[in-house]
Design a protein around this ligand. Structure first.
Ligand code: AHR
Length: 357
């Protein structure tokens, strides 16, 4: 009796499975409903980049009706070009490119255009002769971010009675040729010229903490009068602080009394945000990485047959724990300074004598 019951159950289960299996036509229809996106991300150099990748992956999910092919370029433009060519062969519906640097994209974007695949550029910009090679771009105004930082420094030093010729700055730059580096470096160079600050040196820290520390150590060896460090992202600021403290110096806004002021961009890394509250990083110009929904909005418009804006700038904030400057005026526009609540530095736990080496 038991044996007959088992056979009967197996037959019923097989029949049910056969009924649920989608037909070839149903499967094709299902696949046609999906929007296939090839995303070439430039790398994974920072927390900003990880947040950007996560924003794209959590937006373009199967549940939302997308299939996302993700390729990490590992900081190499050649890898990104190969990824785009593969996306073209895979006949994706859209290509999304977060380019490592601005130049060198004309040929491969022409190939995508010839294949009839719209290309959306995200975060950094591309510098191409023919603007029709990409459909739309969304990202930050990197030069404006830099202008916010330099205007804050100008207003702060004026308020504290510090003369321009007493300001000795070093710039730890981002990846050379990336829009984020180009815009932020330009803002500093222009402001130094305008106000008469000493821009002692510019060196790349590749947007990483390890390189930021290495570069800062080198700069501290070369210059004994540095009082401002302009770091083109959170991680470089963390590396610079490590080097400054290891050299026995103090970071902070009180440059009139020997502190070294650290200025930064992003505001994504938790430690950098904690340092902002403690005053170890004096101010941070926000760089917002959450572009997934913004790219989706562009694709939604294209799917609906509308023409999205060509250049889409994201609005960003500016934060400091120092109360000296409450707003910034740049090119006639007023930007607020968000005052973050000041916190005391977390004290290092004391090691009992018996446990000391
Ligand atoms: O292009 C944006 C920049 O790239 C961010 O400021 C930096 O942290 C990232 O690596």
């Amino acid at each position: 009796m038991k044996r007959y019951l088992l056979i009967l159950t197996a037959v019923v289960l097989c029949l049910a499975a056969a009924c649920n299996k989608p037909s070839v036509e149903q499967e094709e229809e299902f696949a046609e409903d999906y929007i296939l996106i090839g995303f070439s991300q430039l790398g994974a150099e920072s927390d900003w980049r990880s947040a950007n990748t996560e924003s794209m992956k959590s937006t373009f999910t199967a549940a939302n009706g997308y299939e996302l092919i993700f390729e990490d370029g590992q900081q190499k433009q050649s890898n990104q070009i190969t990824a785009i060519r593969t996306f073209i062969q895979q006949e994706v519906d859209y290509i999304v490119l977060a380019p490592v640097t601005e130049t060198g994209w004309d040929t491969v974007l022409q190939e995508a255009k010839d294949a009839g695949i719209p290309v959306i550029i995200v975060d950094r910009m591309v510098d191409v002769d023919d603007e029709t090679l990409f459909t739309s771009w969304v990202g930050s105004n990197f030069e404006l971010e830099g202008k916010k930082v330099t205007e804050w420094l100008h207003r702060y030093t004026e308020a504290c009675g510090i003369q321009p010729e007493e300001i000795n700055i070093v710039n730890i730059q981002g990846t050379i040729g990336a829009s984020a580096q180009i815009g932020r470096t330009k803002a500093l160079a222009d402001a130094a010229k305008e106000h008469g600050w000493n821009l002692l040196a510019e060196m790349t820290g590749d947007f990483t903490q390890a390189k930021g520390r290495e570069v800062m150590e080198y700069l501290l060896d070369g210059y004994d009068n540095i009082n401002v460090v302009y770091c083109e992202n959170d991680h470089e600021a963390l590396g610079a602080i490590e080097a400054i403290e290891a050299a026995g110096k103090t970071v902070g806004p009180d440059i009139a009394n020997g502190e070294i002021m650290v200025l930064a961009f992003d505001g994504i890394n938790d430690e950098a945000v904690a340092y902002l509250k403690e005053g170890k990083i004096t101010c941070i110009a926000e760089c917002n990485p959450l572009h997934g929904p913004r790219v989706k909005a562009i694709i939604d418009q294209l799917e609906a047959g509308r023409v999205p804006g060509k250049l889409n700038f994201v609005e960003e904030g500016f934060s400091s724990a120092d109360t000296t400057v409450s707003s910034l005026v740049i090119d006639g526009q007023v930007y607020g300074v968000t005052l973050v609540e000041k916190t005391e530095p977390v004290a290092e736990p004391e090691v009992p004598e018996s446990e000391q080496e």
